[in-house]
Design a protein around this ligand. Sequence first.
Ligand SMILES: [Zn+2]
Ligand SMILES: [Zn+2]
Length: 819
Amino acid sequence: MANVKYVPQEIEPRWQRRWDADHLYRASVDATREKLYFLTMLPYPSGDLHIGHWYAMTPSDACARFLRMQGYNVMFPIGFDAFGLPAENAAIKRNVHPKEWTYRNIENMRSQLRTMGAMWDWEREAVSCDPGYYHWSQWFFLQLYKHGMVYRNKSPVDFCPNCNTTLAREQVWGDDRHCERCETAVIKKDLEQWFFKITDYAEELLDFTKLDWPERVQLLQTNWVGRSEGAHVTFRSEAGDPLRVFTTRPDTLWGATFMVLAPEHPLVEKVTSAAERASVEAYVAAAVRQTDIQREAADKDKSGVFTGGYAINPVNGERIPIWIADYVLMTYGTGAIMAVPAHDERDFAFARAFGLEVRPVIKAVDESDSLDGETMEAPTTLSGTMINSGPLTGTPGDRAVACTIAWLEDQGSGTRAVNYRLHDWLISRQRYWGAPIPMTYCDECGVQPVPEEYLPVLLPDDIEWRPTGESPLKYHPTWKHTHCAVCGGAATRETDTMDTFMCSSWYQYRYLSPSYDEGPWDPQEFSHWMPVDIYTGGIEHATMHLIYTRYFTKALRDIGLLDFDEPMLQLRNQGIILGEDLEKMSKSRGNVVAPDELVAQYGADAVRAYLMFFARWDQGAPWSGSGIEGVSRWLQRVWAIATQLADAETGVDASGRPARDLRRKVHQTIQQVTLDIENFEFNTVISALMELTNALNAARKVGLVGSEVYAQGVDNLLKLMAPVTPHIAEELWGILGRPYSVHQQSWPVADPAAAAAEEITLVLQVNGKVRDRLIVPADISAEAAEERALASEKVKRHLLGREPKKVIYVPGRLVNVVG
Ligand SMILES: [Zn+2]
Ligand SMILES: [Zn+2]
């Protein structure tokens, strides 16, 4: 037996087939055990599994396996987020049908995923481009529509002229506003679109009290929702039209010396005087061509024009000029601002550029002289005592905002208000490779939902998918023609498809029963497994997928489809593996590490263990392959130890110190590995396992191989390794004649007494007479023993203040102080 060599390439596929055949990881509803739904973010079928997938998924698998050995009924599913732009773009580039390309990639990635040896329950696999899946994406759309949570609106949208599609705000990147897929500069376009009312949930999305999620994700989501408190104040044009503004500084209202409207504001035309009309129209035409980011940029020269119109400030009845300027956006607040140049950076710059009045109404604490609007060089933006503010003059800074709001509400000219940066979720895409939006248009009856019994609205295969700027479905010869469900007359289908983030907002529910066809999920499975207990994936999803899936669950709750508030209770993010050149891995840079090659050379177990070992999981690191040899040698050592044990005689007596040391090391390792996996600290898991291996090696050299404590040490090592390196642990477990499978074993429990350091009693003498006794670690150094002896009160007393002349240490027994 001892000369059987470790050949991972032979044992790994064999065990993968066996586990599969035995349905070892099939998770079933079981009321007798505590359930645990462990979910890792599903891959996009881009074609190849990369090292990042391994880095994210294999530690997640190790953690799921660990929890399973601890006795939880663990479900660990996998599937594919298979609709979307990259598939379509790749299809266009290679002239392959997107469907063919996608399913071919899925097939390839399935076999790559299997080489990981992860405990996925493949019977729960769900693929979002399967009609059996998107049937329910469409059904959810209809439920949201019926409950008034969806609306259609013509609005300016970000549009990529290269990809020929509208983009969600988060798909537009950088100050130059480029498309996240192709980096082309994005333009604005007006289209009729479907929106989900995610803004109705803005406040609830800020509540993380039910979640164990990383602080960073909470912060990113909080900023994304962008809540600010203040007041809505209604100014009026001279013609009496209300001009509502949102301000976070109502305490500066008496300092408003002009108003600024966004160029697109609906009242611009009405307030503009005949004299100013030409310059206003020219300015509006130029402004709408720019992007929001260009318009908001802080370092940009202020531009704007006077409309010739005036507004009345409700707090003092003052008549102030109305300007338009491109730094005011229709998409934030109300598209109109009151300008308070004395106390706002942008308003100040604007006022100085156009010679408008600056009037201080706040006295900052440390200013002894009152400010002079004519000469001040910068605005003061801090709070402070209100001055020049009519009835509120003298209100101290800490109460200024609250007092002003109360006063405004009293006067009927303003109300307390909250504003959010979050926009409603635009879900229409002018693309082919997505779930068709199940709506129809009838000349008689208008917009009508497709009746549920006609779902799914199938995506046709025979399509010219190359983009033309509008949905390819529009140009299909027959697809869009249908009958109106209300009058039976001719109707046309919605030709836009859904944002793929819609499909991935609910995949965690489809995994429960992927072939169930009476609803999106089997209620029995649902009530057992939901919600997800642990979710792992990249932090780059903090503001898209992770907000959408939370929103979606809350919306389904309010429709009455489920009864909890959050889809995923605990979230853990892995870091990123960069290329060896410290750059992001990409084919064009040539710094991509192919996991398949590493698996072929070292085996999956070595790759898994190495990925857990070489970096802190939550931090990531640049790739370095040099350490994988060391991990591979560790596995060889484990192999040698276990196979030698299989051949060894038993019954060796082990009552001495080396046996106690080994037993202690085993229990200390159990303690550490347990704690570290719970904390997602996998690098220290591997080093602890390596140390235990070394301890076993040392024990072997002193003849402990045939002893009970040695055999228990090896058994425990294999159990502790099982989540990390599942194949070698299973193989060696079998070679040792232990019952199949190591993955069905209970996780070892440390005995704290055995793990504690061994202790001895040290006798303390003064001039040869016993004066005290100390309990110390068995391996205490001479230095430490002497120090402890001299610190003893009893020793000090018997020295009678004399300096010790000599200290004699007899290791493990006594310290004699001569003085
Ligand atoms: Zn693009
Ligand atoms: Zn009709």
